[in-house]
Structure formats: structure tokens, C-alpha cells
Design a protein around this ligand. Structure first.
Ligand SMILES: [Zn+2]
Ligand SMILES: [Zn+2]
Ligand SMILES: [Zn+2]
Length: 181
């Protein structure tokens, strides 16, 4: 009987210790999840703050009221005096194109679209000898053919042009033989 009793007592103690253990574990898990939430919040705020800082580092591009290169006006939304605009402003974006429709220099097609009150016209092939490209670095005007054969650098000042512009020739210059209606 005494042996049985002692076994039961031992079992009780064992059970109690297990319960105690469980009790001991619970606050621990609570603490862990609390720390996790804290860490999560910290990470989140860090990401948000970092995003804000990255955004803050990107300069807000305000178009200039007047942009002139050697006395030639550049219309649209230029951001400097080398023909960069709010749409295209990499190191290499240094030409403006004179539009056939209004005889005005714009840094890009979007500048004309957003500012001009008329549809654009492209230069016909027969007028490719016309000076319609303005180098934003030296202010010299290039003929369309001259520009197309320039190998993407200014023949006057050797400044490098954006080779990607050739993808948009069709917006400014006649690129296909005119279709007959
Ligand atoms: Zn125009
Ligand atoms: Zn533009
Ligand atoms: Zn030049």
C-alpha cells in the first residue's frame, strides 16, 4: 500500500512539474511572439522609411519656363539647357528635334504631344537635308540625314547621342514609303 502511495505521489509530482513546465513555457512563447511582432514592426518601418529616403533622393523634375541653346528656343518640358526633358533626361539625351508641323524644337515626342495644340507631322524623306536636330551641348543644328549618319555623336562637338532614339525615328521622320489609298 505504502509503495502504491509513493508511486502515486511521485506521479503527482511528475505531473505538477510538467504543468509547471507548461506554465513556464507559455510566457516564453508570449514573449517570443511579442519580440517577433516588434521585429516585424521595426522591419516594416525600416522598409517604409527606406522607401521614403529613396524617393526623397530622386530629384523632382520641374520643367524650365524658358530653355534656350545658343539663342534657339526649346519648347515642351525641358529641364535644363541641354535639351533634357521631364521624359528623357539621361546623360545621353542631348538633342531636340524640330517638328515639321510647327517649325519648333522640342526635346521629345511626348513634349510636343503634351504642349502643342495640333497633330504632329513627320519630315518627308525629300526634306531630310533640312536642319532639324539641335545638339544640346554645342547648339549646332544638324540636317536629318547628317544626324542619321552621325553614328550617335555630334559631328561638331563629339558629344554622344542616345542610340535608343533610332527606335523612335518613325515619330519624327518618314520611315516607310507612303502608302497609296
Ligand atoms: Zn508641331
Ligand atoms: Zn519630353
Ligand atoms: Zn554638338
Amino acid at each position: 500500500m505504502a509503495v502504491l502511495c509513493s508511486i502515486v505521489e511521485a506521479l503527482k509530482k511528475r505531473l505538477q512539474s510538467i504543468k509547471l513546465n507548461v506554465r513556464r513555457v507559455r510566457p516564453c512563447t508570449r514573449l517570443t511572439s511579442y519580440t517577433m511582432i516588434k521585429t516585424l514592426l521595426f522591419t516594416l518601418s525600416f522598409i517604409l522609411l527606406h522607401g521614403f529616403l529613396i524617393q526623397a533622393q530622386v530629384p523632382v523634375l520641374e520643367p524650365l519656363k524658358v530653355s534656350q541653346i545658343r539663342g534657339i528656343n526649346v519648347y515642351g518640358k525641358p529641364v535644363d539647357n541641354q535639351t533634357r526633358c521631364i521624359h528623357w533626361h539621361s546623360e545621353l539625351d542631348i538633342i531636340a528635334i524640330k517638328f515639321k508641323c510647327c517649325d519648333k524644337y522640342y526635346p521629345c515626342f511626348s513634349c510636343h504631344e503634351e504642349e502643342a495644340d495640333h497633330n504632329h507631322q513627320v519630315w518627308p524623306k525629300s526634306e531630310f537635308d533640312q536642319k532639324a536636330i539641335l545638339c544640346g551641348v554645342c547648339g549646332n543644328e544638324l540636317g536629318i540625314n547628317e544626324y542619321m549618319n552621325s553614328n550617335n555623336s555630334c559631328p561638331h562637338c563629339q558629344a554622344k547621342f542616345n542610340p535608343g532614339c533610332s527606335k523612335h525615328y518613325h515619330l519624327y521622320f518618314e520611315t516607310e514609303p507612303k502608302k497609296e489609298d
